[in-house]
Design a protein around this ligand. Sequence first.
Ligand code: ATP
Ligand code: MG
Ligand code: MG
Ligand code: MG
Length: 563
Amino acid sequence: MRYSEMFLPTEREVPSDAEVISHQLMLRAGMIRKLSAGIYCYLPLGYRVIRKVEQIIREEMNRAGAQEVFLPMVQPAELWQESGRWEYYGKELQRFRDRHDREYCLGPTHEEVITDLVRHELKTYRQLPKNLYQIQTKFRDEIRPRFGVMRSREFGMKDAYSFDADEEGAELSYARMFEAYKRIFSRCGLRFRPVEADSGTIGGSFSHEFMVMADSGEDGLVFCSECAYAANLEKAEVHPPEKADMSAIEEMPLTEVHTPNIRTIEEVSAFLDVTPQDIVKTMIFNADGQPVAVLIRGDEEVNEIKVKNYLGCNEIELAMDDMIEEVTGAPRGFAGAVGIRARIVADNSLLNMKNFVMGANREDYHVRNVNFGRDFSIAAFADLKIARETDACPRCRKALSFARGIEVGHVFKLGTKYSKAMGASFLDRNGKEQTMIMGCYGIGTGRTVAACIEQNNDENGIVWPMPLAPFQVIITPVNINDKALADTAERLYDSLVAKGVEALLDDRDERAGVKFKDADLIGIPIRVTIGPKKLAEGKVEIRIRDTGEVNAILLEQVEETLL
Ligand code: ATP
Ligand code: MG
Ligand code: MG
Ligand code: MG
């Protein structure tokens, strides 16, 4: 591909509305553009990377014996009524009516459709097992779309569904997918960890999530360094927080405070009387180094306040919204700065704070001296399981480690949840009717790409691992008006392309500095720089994006060095 012809709009400025690094870099590198909330266009560079992920997935799914299908995105309500999820799924399910007033939804997942297909076609044990997969667009009306394609409303997913005649077969199908997932994420060059997980709205008997390790991840994980135990905090068998002894702290009367519309870090820090640095750290410390307050992420406009809620649960955010609504009357989704003069004792639990300030990012929606139990009670808080540093592994009792991760894949042992509800049965060896045993297996393609960027970037841009790189090599003649440089670049480009190398030729009439900056930003693993000095010696420079290592080599040796 020639850079001059490519639709590749790069940007130097960090976009103000992108919180996480992958979102910033995907925008700056011209990979994606936003169309609407949680709805994105992939541009050529971004789509090339998606295709790389899809190709790895296809190869590994096929290797594991799964077959590719392509199912409709629009799904009739009747199927969802049959499975019982029409009621249960809630607002994430985008429902609509056609001109005949029939009800449909946009597929957020495809258990119903695939079970319907299979129940009509597979009738005997001889036709089992089967594993069918697709790579397709899903729609979920996420309550808070954010982080670009990491949590969008429309997104690409590979979803696979297995059907087995007996438990043993179902276990085997699950184990095969588990292995395939390990191969897929290893081949993508990711550092990841499978963890025990909650089954959520998909349901079933048990599941594992594949977590890409990243501090920006929304999920909290615990893992044991002694045994194999690893789990999502949502699921982890850890102890609920104890309520600390706060008898020494006097409860103050609840008072309303008139506050400005607090939005920026400066405003919050002025109001809370702490330094802005402390706010970014999420926790606010007093002069004795004691944590005195917690900030929880608010509406999209407060994105300067980076609130990774350090407790490790999304639920806290939601519960916080409920709590603020209950106490201050501020609408949900506006939860802002929380907590001043609060005391966090023993562990980091919100339940152990006294006399804190609660508020929304709105004028006059702040209340001082809020106390759990006296002023609010939220069910969600009561069952929150919050792991503490002191928690021990439920298997071997050794100390647990904590980390954050991005869920890129999820495998579920479904059992007969859908096949029973929808009558997917077959005749066994003895001619007896049996219910099929199912599993389902998802991978977010866009999220995998974003997660890869979270793990592979530096101050200059993306640093693609070779398997996902949109191009393997970028050829950069430093001055396109110098005929010798331009011709050498063209020849090298033609011969690399002929050998199947994915090369990008930067044939733009731009200064070398601009070209180098773009090459770094879009993260191409190898740059071949063609400049007058080295070319006079018959040489070009090869620069490795990851390490910055530069080597001058003879032009004739470029191919053997690269291939
Ligand atoms: P999350 O917990 O992040 O909401 P999920 O558990 O709801 O994800 P699954 O139903 O397990 O998601 O879907 C399988 C995969 O689809 C996820 O592991 C993830 O990679 C991807 N995925 C789910 N929701 C989104 C989204 N809103 N945007 C991008 N990818 C998503
Ligand atoms: Mg979800
Ligand atoms: Mg999840
Ligand atoms: Mg999941």
